[in-house]
Design a protein around this ligand. Structure first.
Ligand SMILES: [Zn+2]
Length: 414
């Protein structure tokens, strides 16, 4: 049982619900409430740490710092960050893929992400040296790809060649844009040994484009600023739980919304000397693997077949069945000629789809409409608008799908 239950003020009212150490551990967790982002905000910072820890002293000693997680205003939280725990959580997760397991943690890594999420944000262009941090190179200093000109694309490709990273860690939306540019220009691209995706949902459309340019194994890493590294994709494509650093509780959706294989996850962190999250509602949906075993032989913890996107980004059929971002994405990925999209559910049977296409729109638009109707049903009314680009939200993260109306998230789960 997480030690924080007895020692951290935020859980003081939870202890009465714990059936005690004579009960099986799963039963004890099941009896507990869940930790929300609102709880983190309300009890920050001293209420989130064990009573014997003093946040002001930890900050003064440089042991911890405050780091804000990204996302919409409702999702943003200030976290107590302990770098060595984060590093250890990452190293542990990298053992779950045979390609990343070979690395010793000293390799050169290039990072392509929004500078709102990681790296150094700057209106002015920064030199390569300004964007170096020990063994890391941040390829981008802008909030998003809409600020990139040909000069930036060229610079990124040149810097990859010069820096020769072993690992390229990327936000897939941004790496797809670099891949399109290289394809359009016929520019040669340096090949890193491994590409790790993180920061956001990976669209199949983007993975396909990245695959045309990069030959390295593509590995999806799933975590959260609050909870560290939680799932890692192995060389067979399944996602394995980082069991040394977290516990996962799974709550299935109701059958009419895709349960019991589809559901949300609640995260409990281990070994963090300052913050121990218990059943933290991270807000993401996942799909359990059909079989309980993966050909890679790793068999501890939960095994997922896919990450399905945020619950907050879910849409619905006109009849009210939940559709995950991944379900919409897979459907649109089957249509040729789409580079990017954003699907917005406006009201019961009304939707808009913004499409960025690289083929004749007269062919792509009807094909996209037909594909969406196969998923959402014949009552769907969708207005399709060609777009010059699809932009991320103010947080720097893309929302490929979402509904504009409020829905009762809790009522969707069994
Ligand atoms: Zn595996």
């Amino acid at each position: 049982m997480a030690v924080g239950l007895a020692t951290v003020p935020v859980y003081s009212s939870w202890q009465q619900h714990d059936p005690g150490e004579n009960c099986p551990v799963d039963q004890r967790y099941a009896a507990l409430s869940e930790l929300t982002k609102n709880d983190l905000r309300q009890h920050f910072p001293q209420g989130l740490v064990p009573r014997h820890c003093n946040v002001a002293e930890g900050l003064q000693r440089g042991e911890i710092e405050f780091v804000q997680s990204s996302g919409t205003t409702a999702e943003r939280v200030t976290n107590i960050w302990h770098q060595s725990w984060w590093n250890a959580s990452e190293a542990s997760s990298w053992k779950l893929n045979s390609h990343t397991a070979q690395l010793d943690g000293t390799q050169r890594e290039a990072i392509l992400a929004s500078a709102l999420n990681v790296g150094i944000l700057s209106d002015k262009d920064l030199t390569l040296q300004d964007r170096r941090l020990s063994r890391f190179l941040f390829l981008n200093e802008k909030a998003g790809a809409s600020e990139w000109t040909d000069r930036h694309y060229e610079r990124m490709l040149q810097e990859l060649e010069a820096f020769q990273p072993v690992v390229l860690e990327a936000n897939p939306s941004l790496l797809a844009r670099l891949a399109w540019w290289a394809l359009d220009k016929g520019a040669p691209v340096f090949q890193p040994r491994i590409i790790v995706f993180t920061y956001e949902f990976s669209s199949s459309i983007h993975l396909r484009c990245i695959r045309r340019v990069f030959s390295a194994p593509l590995v999806s890493s799933y975590g959260a600023t609050e909870a560290g590294y939680v799932f890692m994709q192995c060389e067979h494509g399944s996602l394995h739980q980082n069991t040394d650093f977290c516990r996962v509780d799974f709550q299935p959706l109701k059958a009419e919304h895709g349960g019991p294989q589809l559901g949300r996850i609640l995260l409990t962190t281990f070994h963090h000397p300052w913050v121990s999250l218990i059943k933290f509602d991270v807000g993401d949906l996942v799909r359990l693997h059909d079989s309980h075993s993966c050909p890679c032989g790793r068999n501890e913890g939960f095994l997922l077949s896919s990450l399905e996107g945020r619950l907050a980004n879910a849409t619905f059929t006109p009849e009210g069945r939940l559709v995950t971002t991944k379900q919409a994405d897979d459907t649109l990925a089957a249509v040729d000629g789409i580079r990017d999209y954003q699907l917005v559910h406006l009201a019961r049977n009304d939707y808009t789809l913004q499409l960025l296409v690289d083929a004749n729109p007269d062919l792509v638009v009807p094909a996209a409409a037909a594909a969406l109707r196969s998923l959402y049903g014949k009552n769907m009314r969708v207005r399709i608008e060609p777009a010059v680009d699809i932009l991320p939200g103010v947080s720097g993260k893309y929302r490929r799908t979402h509904a504009v109306f409020h829905f009762d998230g809790k009522g969707l789960f069994s």
